[in-house]
Design a protein. Structure first.
Lengths: 274, 331
């Protein structure tokens, strides 16, 4: 295993993505909608409305949250408590949805794309091993989604602290649970999704087919991630660490299996009926 | 005691490969001598590209033995591919990247020392006349520029064996000639070149060694001069006279073996080509007005068609078509 070659494959793929405006423009828009526009509108509306019936009604619904979560909610006013609860608990799953959507879109096209463009021939004749190519492609698919999420997360943190902070006695975000979600749980789920999508990308006949089929993998995974992200935020730090550990274990096992599943001649588009 | 000849750079023996039960190679034997240009000649679908892919280990075989630079590409793939420079039928370049980035990617994958990569890129690009376009995105290159960049990429890591699959595909005649000249120049540096083509004119004058392929197997192999001698062991001259008068009586001359009708006149088979002026003088003396005298110097094209014709005849003699075959096809 030559890590230098793996990083070369990853760096070159990322460079191509950066040069493709038609790729990063939608990616930026998606991240902005989920991390900036929706939270900004929602949190700003709630904190601006003041102590009105609508906000009080929403505040009442917070009682459905687990007791432990309710105890964490800060703020003395209904709008303060409501905006705090939304900022900390409601938006957690989107932190998983955005990178999974972006990364799987990149990952689905990566191997089959080499074959469609004819550049798979170059890679197949190169000294790079199939494991190095697979891992390089996995890194290159993971980074754009994770990077977008971290940039979005930074913007989201700023919005939350600036809008909700004054209502609850100062800056409070990210909470410990959020740090664990972003740095520990999320990469694990990304690894699971990408390891599966890359294997798919190495098998199908066209990018269009890869995109379609990757939806079948990512949709259930997004649903599971959504539930687990909520659990991670509502639960204790221990629960979050355990969820992350399970995700990492499955992700690593799936990656190791994926590394062995990629065959050199699949890059040429002639293996096993492809 | 004669020294042992250098082992061949490439040796395929009895190689077979099928895709979904469709045979692509069937018992293919190819030997590419070290330091020479070997041309794999054959129509589309003959198995040339598959053979190249097998040589580097990009594709495995179903049967047979492969040795590339003495190594087994299946077992020592990384080492084999490191020693090979490949130009595919499609240039296989990254359109969004610049010429420099394409070359840098290849250099890094081949493990070229980072301190000398820039020098290697400049040198390879200069050699193929593409240095002025290195900063531009490859997507904007012409087909000729892409081929030159692909050729530059193939030599960046100083490989021992160069494998070119239809390197002039899609090029205009001038660019194709320039590319062939560059390939010719490479063997003077000691490289071994294996090139696939179905353009007979390209192979003419370029090939030190020819392998004619058809339907996944080799029909004939060897140096062109040796092969033409094998197919046309006798010297002859084609002569045409005004009025297409018969000149069969020339066989009475010493050294003239026989005559036979040819495309433009009469083919006169001689013991020695130096007898041609005597034949011409005798014909003029007999009152003939000579329209054409063409010593028969068989081209690779003639050889190719002769080989394919004889292979077809052999196949038909061993597997005669069924009496109702034509009707079956028509149906």
């Amino acid at each position: 295993m030559n890590w230098s070659r793996t990083l070369t494959v990853a760096r070159t793929d990322v460079k191509q993505l950066v040069l493709a405006k038609d790729f990063w423009m939608p990616m930026g828009i998606l991240g902005s909608i989920f991390f900036v526009i929706v939270p900004l509108v929602l949190l700003f509306s709630i904190t601006s409305l003041g102590d009105v019936d609508a906000v009080r009604s929403i505040a009442d619904t917070l009682e459905v949250l687990p007791e432990r979560a309710q105890a964490q909610i800060k703020g003395d006013t209904p709008q303060g408590r409501t905006s705090y609860a939304l900022a900390v608990f409601l938006f957690a799953p989107m932190a998983v949805v955005v990178p999974l959507t972006i990364s799987t879109a990149v990952g689905a096209a990566t191997l089959v794309g080499e074959r469609e463009r004819g550049t798979g021939e170059f890679l197949a004749h190169s000294p790079a091993g199939t494991k190095e190519i697979y891992l390089g492609k996995l890194l290159a698919s993971l980074l754009p989604g994770y990077f977008t999420t971290m940039v979005g997360f930074t913007a989201y943190s700023l919005i939350v602290n600036l809008i909700v902070g004054p209502e609850v006695g100062g800056w409070f975000f990210p909470t410990t649970q959020w740090w664990l979600l972003m740095l520990w749980v999320l990469p694990g789920f990304l690894l699971i999704g990408l390891s599966l999508v890359l294997r798919l990308s190495g098998r199908v006949k066209s990018t269009a087919a890869a995109q379609q089929a990757s939806g079948l993998i990512t949709l259930p995974l997004i649903a599971v991630s959504y539930a687990q992200a909520s659990g991670a935020i509502y639960g204790t730090a221990g629960t979050t660490i355990a969820i992350g550990a399970i995700a990492w274990t499955i992700g690593i096992a799936s990656t190791v299996k994926g590394m062995s599943a990629i065959k050199r001649q699949r890059l040429l588009g002639v293996a096993d009926g492809v | 005691m004669t020294p042992n000849p250098a082992p061949p750079a490439v040796s395929l023996q009895g190689v077979a490969k099928s895709f979904n039960d469709v045979p692509a190679l069937t018992g293919l034997d190819v030997v590419a001598p070290d330091g020479q240009i070997t041309v794999l000649l054959g129509p589309n679908g003959a198995g040339k590209t598959t053979a190249i892919r097998i040589v580097t280990g990009a594709m495995s075989t179903d049967a047979g033995t492969v040795r590339t630079l003495g190594l087994d590409p299946d077992a020592d793939g990384e080492e084999v591919r490191h020693a090979c420079g490949v130009v595919s039928a499609k240039p296989a370049l990254y359109d969004r990247l610049s010429g420099t980035d394409n070359l840098r990617y290849a250099a890094e994958l081949h493990g070229v020392d980072k301190r000398i990569i820039d020098d290697r890129i400049r040198s390879a690009a200069g050699r193929f006349g593409i240095e002025h376009a290195l900063a531009s995105q490859v997507g904007g290159y012409s087909t000729g520029m892409k081929t030159r960049l692909a050729l530059a990429r193939s030599v960046l890591h100083e490989p021992t064996l160069l494998l070119f699959d239809e390197p002039t595909s899609g090029l205009d005649p001038e660019s194709a000639q320039a590319v062939l000249q560059l390939i010719r120049d490479m063997t003077t540096d000691g490289h071994t070149v294996v090139m696939c083509t179905h353009h007979l004119v390209e192979a003419e004058g370029l090939a030190d060694h020819v392998v004619v392929l058809d339907e996944g197997t080799d029909l004939i192999a060897g140096p062109p001069a040796e092969l033409t001698r094998r197919f046309w062991p006798e010297d002859s001259v084609e002569i045409a006279v005004e009025g297409d008068a018969p000149i069969d009586d020339i066989t009475v001359l010493d050294g003239v073996r026989r005559t036979e009708p040819s495309r433009f006149g009469t083919r006169v088979v001689l013991d020695d080509p130096s007898l041609t002026p005597d034949v011409v003088a005798a014909l003029v003396g007999a009152g003939h007005r000579i329209r054409m005298v063409n010593p028969h110097d068989p081209t690779l094209e003639e050889l190719y068609f002769a080989v394919r014709r004889s292979a077809r005849e052999l196949a038909e003699s061993t597997n005669p078509p069924a009496p109702n075959a034509d009707r079956e096809v028509a149906r």
